[in-house]
Design a binder for this molecule. Sequence first.
Ligand code: NAI
Ligand code: AKG
Length: 337
Amino acid sequence: MAPLRVLVTGAAGQIGYSIVIRIADGTVFGKDTPVHLVLLDIPQCANVLEGVVFELQDCALPTLHGVEAVTEEKAAFKDIDYAFLVGAMPRREGMERKDLLAANVRIFKSQGKALAEYAKPSTKVIVVGNPANTNAFIAAKYAAGKVPARNFSAMTRLDHNRALAQVALKAGVTVGDVKNVIIWGNHSSTQFPDARHAQVTKGGNSVDAYTAVGDDAFLQGDFISTVQKRGGVIIEKRKLSSAMSAAKAACDHIHDWHFGTQPGQHVSMAVPSDGSYGIPEGLIFSFPVTIDGNTKEWKIVQGLSLDDFAKQKIAVTTKELEEERDDALKACDESSI
Ligand SMILES: NC(=O)C1=CN([C@@H]2O[C@H](COP(=O)(O)OP(=O)(O)OC[C@H]3O[C@@H](n4cnc5c(N)ncnc54)[C@H](O)[C@@H]3O)[C@@H](O)[C@H]2O)C=CC1
Ligand SMILES: O=C(O)CCC(=O)C(=O)O
């Protein structure tokens, strides 16, 4: 079997350091699938990148058939099957993720063009670098005509995993007993973490999360704000943003895209809206999705009931994404790249 060609951008950074081992050791694509890793970072990080390559070689991983460090987009994007777009400027204390827009839009405009020029049309892309949804929107726009928009996604799996963990802690179960939480909208503090359709296995029975938790005020209050603000709290504590958990979530996202979701389960993934739930078409919006592992196609879960509370939360995050999109398009027009 020809190795899957997998690109990680920002591979000299902190998420990069946690992510490459999981891709290389078979956690993401399986122990029987060989992988060729391409690690991209900026030229100033070439030495660090080389150190990462040496460490990966030293791991002696049977699934890793090749690894290369590159500092140019042409070499990075050539014939890739999957792209983890991590490289971007991270948020510091006191900043909102959208404050990164102007700096990071340039990167994703250029990488969208590189995807169109050099990558396989079937390439699947996860954008991790913030503001992730809008960066993915820009990359998809500039890859249009070559790589279809539905091959672009942004990561809200970390928020999804955070939501699973919060429900488990409150319900007194382990995280494996919780499924089908939903993150709606933007990977930002306006996202709507929703436990209304989640299920919990408790005492041997499957019950809805509201019954398992037995505290509606929590699920409509602290649960939501804890998940929304978790990234900022980690920055406050570590003085660095989440990296181990972010790398793990990116690997969960691509693992499920490659192998499909479990029967009866959905995951959260920010994908181009097709108008479902009234979200404007084309916005990269986090929805509950199921994935068919054979075709590797995702579908937005349809027909979920939304009460007024949910509708109001979804409207807020939609508005923010529309504003980010408009600002990003303006920044793109102004950028010479
Ligand atoms: N969507 C999500 O849930 C999460 C997103 N993030 C975001 O992920 C991004 C990376 O975070 P960290 O690894 O902690 O940051 P980091 O600063 O440790 O690493 C970023 C790396 O990207 C590189 N880079 C910058 N411009 C590049 C370009 N044009 N091409 C290739 N590489 C480039 C930098 O040189 C650096 O090595 C940030 O934007 C952060 O906000 C972080 C956690 C969760
Ligand atoms: O919050 C940030 O800006 C970086 C990390 C992140 O996106 C997160 O932890 O959710």
